[in-house]
Design a protein around this ligand. Structure first.
Ligand code: CS2
Ligand code: MG
Length: 396
């Protein structure tokens, strides 16, 4: 089955998404997600200008070969832009292969290892009471695991609590670890007292802490029995995880900012974390995720793929096909999409009583309505940045 055409669809139903559509000489097409929040058009151009021309005429069946051709063949390999472009192509090729074989993608990845996929979603608030109320609402909907974030008094905007963080110009948040390190343990103490121990809780430090701060927070949160504590340190400070690991028993998760399995390797092979949190849309798609899951399995880690609202339902379905297939699945993040998304994307994960399932359809199980997509033109948007109290730039 020869690749005849590659289309890039940029649409903004509530937020920007980039979709790759690979059309073949047998009239079958596959779709993939290539959304890189804040850099959408750069990825779209990379696919249109550099990748599409060299894939026309190639056999779409040879996914691994095409993956290596786009990774090694680029010479200047890796990084978020190329790996997101590669992810879109990869997902579309798996969708194609599934449609051609009339099988869901997970069946081609080795079949089901489970009937349903445990997931978590986000709750946040300005005050503890608001976080509690939002949490009780999600628990009533059936969620068994919740990620909790709260505004830090005195700081202008706190990660995870600012509505729709993509803006025409970067929103500037202020960061100071002192009030953060005081408030977060208090939040967990409050929540455990108010909503009990039944629900699993997760918190995302979003790569902002120094090693001593991370150790202090991890130790103070141990008694609240977290499912995991996410992204304590920046991806450039892998060595720092060893010190954390040696001083706390809290489960650790990391990885959404990695763009290759080699970046994740030190944390995996030294068992410095428990959950690998890479993003299929930024690490080269399903092909790379299956390799990462096998690597993680080798060192007794579980998967917890990144699942924010800034990757499309196609990517969320790709997550689930891998989650179904691998033995070492841990949990799946599912941030809720803007309403308009369902006008453009047909099909997606089904939520029931804390778990996700996917439609038993050939391919990934999702389609895009191109006419509807045109009704939501691209809107330039930047992620926030964070500044320390002295005005210097800090990790967001
Ligand atoms: C976050 C993301 O879901 C998460 O774990 O870290 O929401 C992240 O902030 C966004 O994907 C950035 O685009
Ligand atoms: Mg995160």
């Amino acid at each position: 089955m020869k690749i005849e055409n590659i289309k890039v669809i940029v649409t903004s139903p509530g937020r920007n998404y980039v979709v790759v559509k690979i059309e073949t000489d047998e009239g079958i097409y596959g779709i993939g997600d290539a959304t890189l929040n804040g850099r959408e058009l750069t990825v779209a151009e990379t696919i249109e200008e550099y990748i599409a021309p060299i894939l026309i005429g190639r056999n779409s069946d040879n996914i691994e070969d095409i993956w290596q051709y786009l990774y090694k063949g680029a010479y200047w390999r890796g990084g978020p832009v190329l790996m997101t472009a590669l992810a879109g192509i990869d997902m579309a090729l798996w969708d194609l292969k599934g449609k051609r074989c009339s099988r869901p993608v997970y069946s081609l990845l080795g079949g089901r290892s489970r009937e349903k996929v445990l997931c978590y979603t986000h709750v946040s608030g300005d005050k503890f009471q608001e976080v509690k109320e939002n949490a009780l609402e999600k628990i009533a909907e059936g969620y068994k695991v919740l990620r909790v974030q709260v505004s830090i008094p005195g700081l202008n905007g706190t990660y995870g609590t600012v509505e729709d963080d993509a803006r025409v110009l970067p929103f500037v948040e202020t960061w100071d670890s002192k009030p953060y390190l005081k408030v977060i343990p208090e939040l967990f103490k409050f929540l455990r007292a108010e909503i009990g121990d039944e629900v699993h809780l997760i918190h995302d430090s979003h790569e902002r802490l120094q090693v001593p701060e991370a150790i202090r927070l991890a130790k103070e949160l141990e008694e609240y029995n977290l499912f995991f504590l996410e992204d304590l340190l920046k991806p450039e400070n892998i060595a720092g995880f060893e010190q954390i690991r040696n001083q706390t028993s809290i489960p650790l998760a990391m990885g959404e900012l990695f763009n290759s399995k080699w970046e994740a390797l030190p944390l995996i092979k030294n068992q410095l974390i428990d959950y690998i949190r890479c993003d299929l849309s930024h690490i080269g798609g399903i092909t790379e995720a299956m390799k990462l899951a096998a690597l993680a399995e080798t060192f007794h880690l579980k998967t917890a793929w990144h699942g924010p609202a800034d990757i499309s339902p196609i990517a969320h379905l790709a997550n689930l096909h891998v989650d179904y297939a691998v033995s070492n699945f841990g949990i799946q993040e599912l941030a809720e999409f803007p309403e308009e998304v369902s006008a453009v994307f047909k099909g997606g994960p089904k939520f029931e009583d804390g778990y996700l399932t996917i439609p038993d359809r050939p391919g990934l199980g999702c389609d895009i309505d191109e006419e509807a997509a045109k009704k939501f033109p691209y809107k330039k948007a930047y992620l926030p940045v964070a500044e320390s109290l002295d005005g210097s730039v800090h990790e967001w």
